[in-house]
Structures are given as C-alpha cells and as structure tokens.
Design a binder for this molecule. Sequence first.
Ligand SMILES: Nc1nc2c([nH]c(=O)n2[C@@H]2O[C@H](COP(=O)(O)OP(=O)(O)OP(=O)(O)O)[C@@H](O)[C@H]2O)c(=O)[nH]1
Length: 131
Amino acid sequence: MCVVALALADGEGRWLMHRRPPGKHHAGLWEFPGGKVDAGETPREALIREIREELGLALAVEGLSPAGFAEETRAEARAPIVIMLYTSVWNGSSLAALEGGEIGWFTAQEVARLDKPPLDVALAADLFEKT
Ligand SMILES: Nc1nc2c([nH]c(=O)n2[C@@H]2O[C@H](COP(=O)(O)OP(=O)(O)OP(=O)(O)O)[C@@H](O)[C@H]2O)c(=O)[nH]1
C-alpha cells in the first residue's frame, strides 16, 4: 500500500505533526499528515487531496520536494506500507485537524522524542539528517 506524507516546515525550524485520533491504526501516535494514494492518482495529487481534507490547507504542487521514503517488511495481517515523504514550506494560511486528533509544531529534537509509528521514526531520522 502506498501512503504519502508531508513534512511541513514553518520556516523557523518547526515541523507540523498530526496525532492520530482514537480508534484508528496507530491511534495516539504522532505522524506526518497524509494518507493513502488512491487508484489513478499520482503521489503528489494524493498528498494535495489528503492535506486539503485533513488540514484545510491548499498545497502548491511546485512547492513539494521529495524527501525520502520508508518501507515496512512483510507483516502477516495486511499488505506492507510504503510511505513517500515530501517537504513543503507553510504559506501561513490557517490549519486545523479537520478529521480529528490534534496538530502541533515541533522542532527536530521534539519530533525525535514524540511517540511515532515505526516508519515515521525512520522518516524523521532521514529528514533531520538532511535538513
Ligand atoms: N498519513 C500517514 N499515515 C501513516 C504514517 N506512518 C504510518 O505508518 N502511517 C500508516 O499508513 C496508513 C495509511 O494512512 P491513513 O490512515 O492516514 O490513510 P487514509 O486517511 O487514506 O485512510 P482511511 O481513509 O482508512 O482513514 C495507516 O495505517 C497509518 O497508520 C504517516 O506518517 N502518515
């Protein structure tokens, strides 16, 4: 399963993270906002759609830069996930956790200490090594 996610920078050293609402896979963990790529979508189209649905933010396609990916090994119960991470700089327009959970801005050191799904641990480590 292909998932796209966004590392949104505020331009002042903080990054937006989303805490998954109760009742979902990885509930209560902090992750990069995003979601599944639907059939027929490009990863960037999926990311723009997910960020509009999840945060109410209109992302510009030309502002998205690929930042890395992380892949699960084969799990027994379901198809393995591959996450493609993109970065973008926030344009300052308003944001909200429209599908539940909470959002927050964190420094790289704070992101490193948040409870995250395993793939996000890998994505964050790669991202902050590069930035
Ligand atoms: N969006 C997102 N999902 C992640 C991340 N890391 C990670 O393991 N996942 C997993 O990827 C899967 C798909 O994400 P999602 O549930 O947000 O996708 P979605 O909104 O399209 O799904 P839904 O409509 O079933 O709620 C979930 O199992 C989620 O736990 C991440 O950083 N961002």
